[in-house]
Design a protein around this ligand. Structure first.
Ligand code: PMP
Ligand code: GLN
Length: 383
């Protein structure tokens, strides 16, 4: 078998979720909501199943979903997108990330990535023979080090992967940071793969797609996910917005990887994307309330929390409680002794790189307030 894949460890999300089940722990590890997405969206999917929308969808997605993605780009970001040639529907953002990488990289190309990073980025690009150039954000403010970012770009750079709002840090890149990235993308004539699955989950800060900056429209592949925008993570419906010349190649990658995504779910996601602004506002407002609840509770318990302006996640410093234990050991201890599952942040770094921070764990707050309160109670008892 392929040595790299065979040696790839089981994802940390599965490991922690399995441990959570084993120990009856509250799962604030893996990022999935514990409430179902909107019933009306589910109803549309159910009707589409009954209607017999069960054969292959068109390769790039149902026209109605591509139109809804284009309309959403216009409504939220003023982007003018041709639904016929500039949108590709994928089986989740995970597939979209792999397809966008496949669309642009060749063996030996370098790809700039920002740590801490989502766990599929490195395996996906390494399997294509690309070489990651990692730049680390500096906790506790998750600041972007300009000199290191500049140094990561060179003659072999083909692309940068940018995740904003970011998992696991909760960072939302601000305009100045995006301008710096855009400058480098232009200067080095490279592409940007923009993972924006948490685009509608920001808390009093505005999410700015890199694609909206000058010169970026023709270089960016912008990725969204119905899983996050509609709290339906099991559906695995994603969408890529890209200039036609790139979208047609992303579509080729999709052709090779999956070919077509479930049509009934696509129809329901098209319906969901067309919901009015109040839906999106209510979703982020609810998530913000849950973030505040968890953050305030963790702070009371002596965990210093790091800024989290978007996504499902907040990172906490465990130094006061860990008594010398690293994040992995402490996260395991919390499952076994407090009955609360989290994710050690060191799992979001290149295993072949320098030692990552050992003092940070990630909590998911996409859970019901009563569950978050119960988790805080359990933590208080155990610590
Ligand atoms: N990117 C990031 C940053 C994520 O957090 C996730 C979901 N965990 C994904 C991509 C994958 O999204 P999907 O479930 O749509 O494949
Ligand atoms: N994206 C989710 C998280 O970060 C989990 C996705 C997965 O389990 N692969 O928790």
């Amino acid at each position: 078998p392929n040595q790299y894949l065979a040696g790839l460890p089981t994802t940390i999300f599965t490991i922690m979720s399995q441990l959570a089940v084993k120990h009856g722990a509250i799962n604030l590890g893996q990022g999935f909501p514990d409430t179902e997405g909107p019933q009306d969206i589910i109803q549309v999917a159910a009707e589409a199943l009954q209607d017999g929308r069960n054969q292959y969808a068109p390769l790039t997605g149902l026209p109605e979903l591509r139109e809804a993605v284009a309309a959403s780009n216009r409504r939220f970001y003023g982007l003018d997108v041709d639904p016929a040639t500039e949108v590709v529907v994928t089986s989740g953002a995970t597939e979209a990330l792999a397809a966008c990488l496949m669309a642009v990289v060749e063996p030996g190309d370098e790809v700039v990535v920002i740590e801490p990073l989502y766990d599929t980025y490195l395996p996906a690009l390494k399997l294509l023979g690309a070489v990651p150039r990692c730049v680390r954000l500096a906790p506790p403010h998750w600041s972007l080090p300009e000199a290191e970012l500049r140094a990561a770009f060179g003659p072999k750079t083909k692309a940068i992967m940018l995740n904003s709002p970011m998992n696991p840090s909760g960072k939302v890149f601000v305009r100045e940071e995006l301008e710096l990235i855009a400058d480098l993308v232009r200067e080095h004539d490279v592409y940007a793969i923009c993972d924006e699955v948490y685009e509608h989950l920001t808390f009093h800060v505005k999410h700015v797609p890199l694609m909206t900056l000058p010169g970026m429209r023709e270089r960016c592949m912008r990725i969204g996910s119905a899983g996050k925008s509609f709290s339906l993570t099991g559906w695995k419906v994603g969408y890529v917005t890209a200039p036609a010349a790139l979208a047609s190649v992303v579509a080729k990658a999709h052709q090779v990887l999956v070919f077509a995504t479930a049509p009934n779910l696509q129809r329901a996601v098209a319906y969901g994307l067309n919901k009015d602004d109040s839906y999106y506002q209510a979703l982020s407002a609810q998530m913000e309330t849950q973030r505040d609840l968890l953050r305030d509770g963790l702070e009371r318990l002596g965990f210093e929390t790091l800024p989290a302006d978007g996504s499902y996640f907040i990172v906490a410093d465990i130094s006061r409680h860990a008594q010398g234990r690293g994040d992995v050991e402490f996260a395991r201890w919390l499952i076994e002794h407090a009955g609360v599952a989290t994710i050690p942040v060191s799992a979001f770094y290149d295993p072949d790189g320098e030692t990552p921070p050992q003092n940070l764990i990630r909590f998911a707050f996409c859970k019901k307030p009563e569950i978050l309160r119960e988790a805080l109670k359990r933590l208080e008892k155990a610590l």
